[in-house]
Design a protein around this ligand. Structure first.
Ligand code: HEC
Ligand code: HEC
Ligand code: HEC
Length: 104
């Protein structure tokens, strides 16, 4: 009996810890981040229309941010390509060819 109760208590307190994080993302976060972001690679720059993409994703931040908004972990070539290209491919909209993103 006592063991069962303790387990229950552990589950309840665990969900209490998890709850605020879920709630935080159920509503639109206070910090929407920059309107546009410039990704620099050597002499080339990609202008990423962050705000426009938020609308394209219907404000589902987690299309790109994993549970938490803000910096994306391990940001770089591999992470970016995995995030950016498949969605353009699927929607048949947005750049998928190297030159369309890496131009200037
Ligand atoms: C289409 C993809 C995408 C969507 C959707 C998106 N973001 Fe972002 N966001 C990014 C990328 C990419 C960065 C830059 C990540 C980095 O530099 O680590 C970024 C950066 C940010 C930053 C700045 C982080 C920093 O400290 O520089 C904030 C804050 C942020 N996003 C909030 C949001 C919120 C809130 C939403 C939902 C309303 C959202 N984003 C939706 C892709 C997206
Ligand atoms: C959730 C799906 C989705 C993700 C993820 C996404 N895009 Fe897009 N992107 C789109 C769509 C849809 C368009 C076409 C918009 C239009 O035609 O108006 C687009 C258009 C673009 C364009 C064309 C110019 C513009 O702003 O319309 C660029 C450049 C671009 N995306 C860069 C990126 C980069 C860089 C990333 C990764 C950081 C990214 N996108 C991630 C859906 C996405
Ligand atoms: C949807 C836009 C998009 C497309 C299409 C794309 N890339 Fe990228 N690429 C990016 C982004 C965003 C970064 C990450 C920039 C950063 O580190 O902030 C990146 C990073 C890179 C880097 C690393 C550069 C550096 O200095 O770190 C190389 C190399 C690269 N891409 C080559 C390619 C090649 C080759 C293709 C075609 C097979 C391609 N990319 C297609 C958006 C794109």
């Amino acid at each position: 009996m006592i063991i069962i109760r303790m387990c229950r208590q552990a589950i309840v307190s665990a969900s209490l810890i998890l709850l605020p994080a879920t709630l935080l993302f159920a509503e639109t976060p206070a910090n929407m981040g920059p309107k546009t972001i410039q990704f620099k690679m050597g002499t080339k720059t990609i202008v990423f229309t962050h705000q426009k993409h938020q609308k394209l994703a219907k404000n589902n931040c987690w299309e790109c941010h994993d549970k938490k908004s803000g910096k994306i972990p391990n940001w770089g070539e591999a992470t970016a390509h995995k995030l950016c290209i498949p969605c353009h491919d699927l929607n048949e909209k947005g750049p998928v060819q190297c030159k369309e993103c890496h131009k200037k």
